[in-house]
Design a binder for this molecule. Structure first.
Ligand code: GDP
Ligand code: MG
Length: 375
């Protein structure tokens, strides 16, 4: 349990800590502002104020998944919501051109030529069309998408399904359709390799209609675009269609609150320590913010955008790389900004301890299972 003192309690109840100490004194509890309070004392004070304090005090702040969900729900009701860029994952059968498309987008639209700009891989990048950003997750394929989902991370708004015009629907195409459908994420079909002599987009379209992906001219509402990732043909059209789909979805976020987000990738850098690539989903993440990331904690020390530029803040749907964590988190970990570093640290430490205990218990189970196996 997080040790709560009069100061913490004051913060929760929006009262001065001195007032809490005085109140406790009148209730017969001698304490100062920093001393940990027991449950009874907390409940006594809570009852005095009678402002839903009981629920507040017993809210387990170490449960950051719940905290994340609550903040997500609150932001979705907020009147401060504004439009946010869509987050896109590219999926499709092997060799149908996912990597080629991602590379083309990165090189033609994320300016590597920009003076001083070092394009670096940070797990995601933004492309700007008429100054409207689109965020692309840089890991194509299904494993990344399903790993994220299994861990409760739903960061993709739109799936671009790449299908080669000379190969058509293949097993992983169907798999991608299934993934997107179960995640309730709309699909935009990009029929790729239109430059290849054997390209047959009509045939591909017919195949896809069997999976309920019906283009508009057949009475459906799925967007189809014929492209060549290799030559760049119609890739701009694809980007326009992504923006159109995003408009239909009315994607919004509240940039005014404390940030929540999700880790895309993380690693240990020799010179910089733990580094995490993350996507801000609600609120604005700022340098100096105390954060809990999965079972890790810290303060945002250096924040870098997808062009390798240092930034002071990151708004919704923006991918950034951060340093300043005590250890390397995992992909799909939730990020929650806290009011102060002390709370972030105690929550992070508590979570790390719980995880350690859990893994010890798992080891115990395994050992027992093994024992039974050999009996
Ligand atoms: P992935 O497995 O889906 O990531 O596919 P890749 O992007 O690695 O592409 C597989 C092969 O198809 C590579 O040799 C690409 O150069 C080629 N390729 C990708 N897109 C196109 C395209 O639009 N036209 C042609 N002709 N070849 C392409
Ligand atoms: Mg690839």
């Amino acid at each position: 349990e997080v040790g709560m003192n009069a100061q913490d309690l004051g913060k929760l109840l929006h009262r001065e800590p001195a007032e809490i100490v005085k109140k406790l004194f009148m209730l017969g509890v001698m304490t100062n502002q920093n001393q940990s309070l027991d449950k009874d004392a907390i409940e006594l004070v809570a009852a005095e104020y009678n402002i839903n304090a009981k629920e507040k005090v017993h809210e387990d702040i170490s449960d950051i998944d719940t905290l994340y969900d609550k903040r997500m729900a609150a932001s979705k009701k907020s009147k401060h919501q504004t439009k946010r860029p869509p987050v896109v994952t590219i999926m499709g059968h092997v060799d149908h051109g996912k990597t080629t498309l991602l590379d083309r987008l990165r090189h033609t639209h994320v300016s590597a030529h920009e003076a001083g700009g070092i394009t670096q891989k940070i797990g995601a990048y933004q492309v700007r069309v008429d100054n409207k950003p689109i965020t692309f997750l840089d890991t194509p394929g299904h494993a990344a998408f399903s790993n994220m989902r299994e861990r409760g991370a739903e960061i993709t708004d739109i799936v671009v399904l790449v299908v080669a015009a000379d190969d058509g629907v293949m097993p992983q195409t169907v798999e991608a359709i299934d993934h997107a459908k179960s995640a309730k994420v709309p699909i935009i079909v990009a029929i790729n390799k239109m430059d290849v002599p054997g390209a047959n987009p009509e045939h591909v379209t017919e195949q896809l209609m069997k999976y309920n992906l019906i283009p508009e001219n057949y009475g459906g509402d799925t967007i189809f675009v014929n492209i060549s990732a290799k030559t760049g043909e119609n890739v701009d059209e694809l980007l326009q269609m992504i923006l159109l789909q995003a408009d239909v979805m009315e994607l919004q976020a509240d940039p005014t609150q404390k940030a929540i987000g999700t880790v895309i990738e993380a690693r240990l850098s020799r010179g910089r320590g733990p580094v995490a690539d993350l996507l801000v989903q609600q609120g604005t993440l700022k340098v100096g913010d105390p954060i809990v990331v999965g079972n890790r904690f810290g303060r945002v020390r250096v924040m870098t955008n997808d062009r390798g530029r240092q930034v002071e803040k990151a708004t919704p749907s923006m991918p950034v790389e951060i340093t300043g964590l005590n250890d390397v988190p995992e992909s799909a970990d939730k990020i929650v900004v806290f009011d102060d570093e002390k709370t972030a640290r105690s929550v992070g430490e508590q979570r790390a301890q719980q995880a350690l205990q859990q893994s010890r218990e798992n080891v115990k189970h395994v050992t027992l299972d093994n024992l039974f196996d050999t009996m």
